[in-house]
Design a binder for this molecule. Sequence first.
Ligand SMILES: Cc1cc2nc3c(=O)[nH]c(=O)nc-3n(C[C@H](O)[C@H](O)[C@H](O)COP(=O)(O)OP(=O)(O)OC[C@H]3O[C@@H](n4cnc5c(N)ncnc54)[C@H](O)[C@@H]3O)c2cc1C
Length: 472
Amino acid sequence: MNTTADLIEALRGVLGDPGLITDPGAMAGYVEEQRGLYRGNAPAVARPASTDEVARVVKLCADAGVGIVPLGGNTGLVGGGIADGQVVLSLERMNKILDVDPVNATMTVEAGAILADIQAAADAADAYFPLSLGAEGSCRIGGNLSTNAGGVHVVRYGAARDLVLGLEVVLADGRVWDGLTALRKNNTGYNLKALFLGAEGTLGVITRAVLRLFPKPRAKAVALAGCGSFDDALQLLHAAQRLAGDALMACEAMNGFSVELAEKHVAGAASPLEGRHECYVLLELGAADAKADLGALMEEVLTEAFEATAVEDAVIAQSGPQADGLWRLREAVPEAQKLEGGSIKHDVSVPVSKTPEFIRRASEAVQAMIPGVRVVAFGHLGDGNTHFNLTQPVDMDKQAFLERWHEVNARVHDVAAELGGSFSAEHGIGRLKTGEMARLKSAVELDLMRAVKNALDPLGIFNPGKVLPPRK
Ligand SMILES: Cc1cc2nc3c(=O)[nH]c(=O)nc-3n(C[C@H](O)[C@H](O)[C@H](O)COP(=O)(O)OP(=O)(O)OC[C@H]3O[C@@H](n4cnc5c(N)ncnc54)[C@H](O)[C@@H]3O)c2cc1C
């Protein structure tokens, strides 16, 4: 095979017309990211319908020396799924739920299954798959596992990495690794599965997965509390952890400005609390026992925090729609921020107990750099993961503000690192953060990662230019 045209003909031979797109217009949705930060290009989009077809596509591309970019729902937002001359390998046709085993509490799925469909299939089997994020209607499980997606329930169930028992992966030479085990105990050598989880498509193509299911939470309670500071919010979280234990399913926080923006810009987003607060905390409790009195448990948590003066005001939702309204307020924040002008964003994590210190120090640092910058800090307090976003000063030119992006990012990431934190808690590295990998990861860690990459993908055909920074 000498030319790209030869490769495309060979791919068409394997995939047929429905499995291959070469028209530039039809490829647009596969090579551009929704927020427009990355626009790529590809000779073709391969849409295999089976693991065997994926393996044959990989083999053909490897033999032709052409790279491959695996693609799920294209919601990653860090450029990880955006091709730069490589063949895009979309998993969208491999979207089936293959098996649900309620007693083993597992579900076997194809990598292109949409997260919301997986949640619905678990629900139909009277079980629960807890991964839940804003993009769940379009992101696909292969993408979720490849980015180790987090979302709102990590505090109780862990991230995507914790929700998978087995994987099937197509390797760089076209062989298939069948690690599709449904075992909870399996001490037979290295944990190969772990290599592919969070690898962002740089080590192999995940084609199938065995996921863990959990008892459906039949009782729920949701509350919103107003606190005087993030330190107080942390005290409330601690009360919830101690008193509610495993029933604590979500603990989200928003600074006062986040709530102000949500109320200003998003219809239906409103805080039901009296007055204004420095920090708002959304707590969700859940239990499999439908008779569990979680309202009473929530009240106990809030009362303890109130007596310790950690809570200024709080409301417990009295109905499903009221609970949805509280979640709406939290979910409205990113949308609202967009409408307030230019944003510089960070997705950092620190040890949970250091969240208030991180927010304080990072806020001081960015104020010193850009006086008048407005901090929109919100996120998953229960996991120490803050979306530390910044909105431009009211009277600053948007472009001038956005030009400070890298400089501000570096300062904020340094604050996180000083507190033992990470510069990417959820979305991964993709293309966007390879510079920060080079700057903030140790030489030893980068060497180990490169050794893994070289062992599994010696020709570098999977997702070149992503995750690992170029050698200096
Ligand atoms: C509104 C919104 C809210 C979000 N909220 C959250 C959140 O709360 N938590 C969170 O963690 N993320 C969140 N995200 C980010 C995003 O949804 C996740 O990163 C998600 O897991 C990506 O899945 P995807 O199918 O869209 O993957 P894609 O964007 O298609 O791909 C992501 C990466 O995985 C690789 N990949 C995809 N499929 C495979 C496969 N089968 N095998 C190997 N590699 C593969 C790609 O090459 C790429 O590097 C949000 C995004 C949006 C738009």
